[in-house]
Design a protein. Structure first.
Length: 403
């Protein structure tokens, strides 16, 4: 259904790929990216598709209850968006990515997680309260292609046209038919890699401190790297994050510790950095640490930003939060890692950092942000001036935005 959208205003520098989308009032929700478009909730029941490069509004569709653009996935010609989402339940609406025409809707159920694999969409749930159900759906028609059920799906990865599951043991299913391609191997949490991934392989983390690498098509173990027992001491149930460059990041919020290990084709990982926030800081980490290039960053519950060069000798230190132009990042609260930069949101401000330095700070007059990196050189963030709400596609290095 075509919506009657509010009067959109778009200002753009198309050569630089920068733009700002504005609507009266407080009508823009948090954005998501799927394919070459940015999807933005408008009000409570509309969804706009914006060309990621130019800012041009492709369409605005209505009749979509509480769309969650952050969870949108692209499957063939369809974009599938969670709707009326709760912790363990969700509905779904599929729209034609070119026109915004609603292709199909699925009522709210305990299937609350979407993943796209070619022209198919896989819907599943990982609730601890119920048996896990997984369903393959045709992205264009909504036709149910197959269904299955397991005691629990602990994690899931898409690799090409295969869906790899951890169900207390690993298995791979064909995304369109549900046929089991292989089953076997030890249980281990499936880990996605930051940045581009090789569809031919996948990684799994095992509770006793080993990282394995497997062939997607066969499940064959191609390599195993052991980590020292000390990474398991805080909790054997804390999984690492693969941050690229053959590195694994371990973050302990209450232990105030960040560890980075390197791994290769050998049998043992080796330490790159062991960083701990001193007790005299009287705080713990607000959330997991992030690592971009050679720098690790973390925010504490006292709204302070810390960082360290993982290749250097200095530990975590409090970072200055003033940009070169004198603008201050107020009370840092959340960190988002991009391919080359780190973005931090605070009270009414957002900032871009690289190599431990604040490059820019922008006032947003908002106290709730969702910062979304858009490739290596741009970033999406919201702002308001009291009369209009804005979504900015800004330069990641300079913070330059339009309007």
């Amino acid at each position: 259904m075509t919506a009657h959208p509010p009067p959109f205003t778009v200002e753009a520098d198309t050569d630089a790929g920068l733009w700002t989308l504005s609507v009266p009032g407080d009508g823009l929700g948090f954005p998501g990216i799927a394919g070459d478009a940015v999807y933005v909730p408008v009000g409570e029941d509309q969804l706009a598709a914006v060309d990621a490069r130019t800012g041009r509004i492709r369409w605005c569709a209505g009749g979509i209850t509480e769309p969650d653009a952050a969870g949108a996935v692209r499957a063939g010609r369809a974009v599938v968006v969670p709707t009326a989402r709760e912790h363990s339940r969700s509905g779904f609406t599929a729209l034609d990515a070119a026109t915004g025409e609603v292709l199909w809707k699925r009522r709210k159920s305990r299937l609350n997680r979407p993943a796209a694999a070619g022209s198919a969409v896989v819907l599943w749930n990982d609730s601890e309260d119920d048996r896990s159900t997984i369903t393959g759906v045709d992205g264009a028609t909504g036709e149910t292609l197959w269904e299955d059920e397991y005691d629990r799906i602990y994690s899931l990865l898409v690799r090409g046209d295969l869906v790899v599951l951890d169900t207390a043991s690993h298995r791979a299913l064909d995304a369109r038919t549900g046929a089991e391609i292989w089953h076997g191997g030890g249980a281990g949490t499936l880990l996605a890699e930051n940045g581009p991934s090789d569809a031919a392989v996948f990684h799994a983390w095992h509770r006793f401190g080993s990282l394995t690498r497997h062939a997607t098509r066969t499940g064959e173990e191609l390599g195993r790297v052991s980590f020292p027992p000390r990474v398991l001491k805080p909790s054997p149930y804390v999984d690492p994050v693969l941050v690229g460059g053959g590195r694994a990041l371990f973050s302990e919020s209450f232990g105030r510790r960040v560890r980075v290990y390197a791994y290769g084709t050998g049998r043992a990982a080796w330490p790159v950095a062991d960083l701990k926030l001193g007790l005299r800081r009287f705080s713990t980490f607000r959330g997991p640490a992030v690592c971009v290039d050679d720098w690790a960053y973390v925010v504490t519950w006292r709204d302070r930003l810390y960082g360290a060069d993982v290749t250097g000798r200095r530990g975590l230190r409090r970072l200055a939060t003033t940009a070169p132009d004198g603008t201050v990042l107020k009370e840092p609260k959340e960190i988002t890692a991009g391919p080359r930069h780190v973005f931090v949101s605070g009270d009414g401000t957002v900032a871009g950092l690289r190599e431990g330095h604040v490059l820019w700070v922008a006032a947003t007059n908002r106290w709730s942000h969702r910062i979304v990196p858009l490739g290596p050189d741009r970033v999406l963030f919201p702002s308001t001036d009291g009369r209009h709400s804005h979504l900015h596609c800004a330069d990641a290095e300079t913070g330059r935005r339009i309007g």
